[in-house]
Design a binder for this molecule. Structure first.
Ligand code: PLP
Ligand code: TYF
Length: 398
């Protein structure tokens, strides 16, 4: 019966990995999927995570079901990490939350929850945004619109155009914002710009939907939460999808948090029941393992510090690689000024080159990255940066 369905192309990001694996060029470079890599190109288990696994091995005595909301220690730890331990919305008991299967799972169940409120809800996403936002939100049945965000020609945020659009957004519409380390552009709002976004959300009464998947990869764990905290402290309602894939390196364990900041504590109870009912209709309860590890790390001072240090190390390494690439491009005579790459945050950089140039990088130089010109900065290394920069200069100066 399935022959009636059309053959589909693979996920445009994950599909790159398959193409990379098939390439026999020994100098090939993988800057595709957003996974942190060390100098050797490996994605090791963080040492705090490895230790937490040992603790869990000894501590876990049963594989019976966990509660529908997930590991409560995980939920509490994550809410404090994202919102701050002294967050007024936490103190006022205004936050409903569940553990979810990854940031993707969180995005999906929150989208389903929105359809329960109003099946005609419009969700505004940045142009461009992470490709997966479209199916995760759209397949729940919500309507997607875009707001201007990034200008490739000037490699900067189109903040005026973004604000002009947000000022037209209607009450009850939802605006998806990347908490930090915007995927794919690496271009983040400044603190003053977050303030303006918060003001317009208040004025227009739209609901901010914050996707935070890279906390700690931009400036610091605290700084990266500036925007989401500002919104939560000043607006009645905010929804948040968080991921532990990158900052805890727990990708395959599928660990995320879906949180709903409500207007009051009574509404929190309604939202808590509703989000659990949404999850029940899809997968009943989240996988326990990754959340249990995060709980162990966040509730142990020494282990938490070890993890914070590892996040710092990943962030600093990615920033150093940006500078290295920018310097090498200049050194090899690139006719385009790439210094904007140093201002971008997190794991991704938008090189602002054309899709044709991206294709050339792939076909002529075996350098793999997304057509939009997004590169995974963590895929750059001391060993490959010269090859990469020389290839880019060839393609760009042609
Ligand atoms: N949101 C953004 C912007 C992402 O880049 C990702 C990818 O890692 C996610 C959410 C969710 O990732 P995961 O489902 O692996 O936790
Ligand atoms: O954007 C990325 O590369 C990461 C990883 O379906 C990812 O967010 C990519 C595609 C996908 C799930 C995760």
């Amino acid at each position: 019966m399935f022959e009636v369905l059309p053959q589909l192309a693979p996920d445009p990001i994950l599909g790159l990995s398959a193409a990379y694996k098939q390439d026999s060029n020994p100098s090939k470079i993988d800057l595709g999927v957003g996974v942190y890599k060390d100098e050797q190109g490996n994605t090791p288990i963080l040492s705090a995570v490895a230790k937490a696994q040992q603790v869990l091995l000894e501590r876990e005595t049963s594989k019976t079901y966990i509660t529908p909301q997930g590991v409560q220690g995980f939920i509490d730890g994550m809410l404090q990490l994202i919102l701050g331990a002294q967050s007024p919305v936490l103190l006022a008991d205004r936050v409903a939350a569940v553990q979810a299967p990854g940031g993707c799972g969180s995005l999906r169940i929150l989208s389903e929850l929105l359809t329960r409120v109003n099946a005609d809800t419009k969700v505004w996403v940045s142009d461009p945004t992470w490709a997966n936002h479209i199916p995760l939100i759209g397949n729940a049945g919500l309507t997607i619109e875009t707001y201007p965000y990034f200008d490739k020609a000037s490699a900067s945020i189109r903040f005026d155009a973004m604000m002009e659009c947000l000022r037209q957004v209607k009450k009850g519409d939802v605006v998806l914002l990347h908490g930090c380390c915007h995927n794919p552009t690496g271009a983040d709002l400044t603190k003053a710009q977050w303030q303006e976004v918060m003001n317009v959300a208040k004025e227009r009464e739209f609901l901010p939907f914050v996707d935070i998947a890279y906390q700690g990869f931009g400036d610091s764990l605290e700084d990266d939460a500036y925007g989401v905290r500002l919104l939560c402290e000043n607006l009645p309602e905010v929804i948040i999808a968080a991921s532990c894939s990158k900052n805890f390196g727990l990708y395959r364990e599928r660990v995320g948090l879906a949180a709903i900041v409500c207007a009051d504590s009574n509404t929190r109870k309604i939202a808590q029941g509703q989000i659990q009912s949404v999850a029940r209709g899809i997968y009943s309860m989240p996988p326990s393992y990754g959340g249990a590890l995060v709980d162990i790390i966040l509730s142990d001072d020494a282990l938490k510090q070890e993890w914070v240090n590892e996040v710092d190390e990943m962030r600093v390494r990615m920033r150093t690689l940006r500078e290295l690439l920018v310097n090498k491009l200049a050194e090899y005579g690139a006719q385009k000024d790439f210094s904007f790459v140093n201002d971008q945050k997190g794991m991704f950089s938008f090189l602002c080159i054309t899709p044709e140039q991206v294709q050339k990088m792939r076909n002529e130089h075996s350098v793999y990255f997304v057509d939009s010109s997004r590169v995974n900065v963590a895929g750059i290394s001391l060993a490959n940066v010269d090859t990469l920069a020389k290839a880019m200069v060839k393609v760009i100066n042609a």
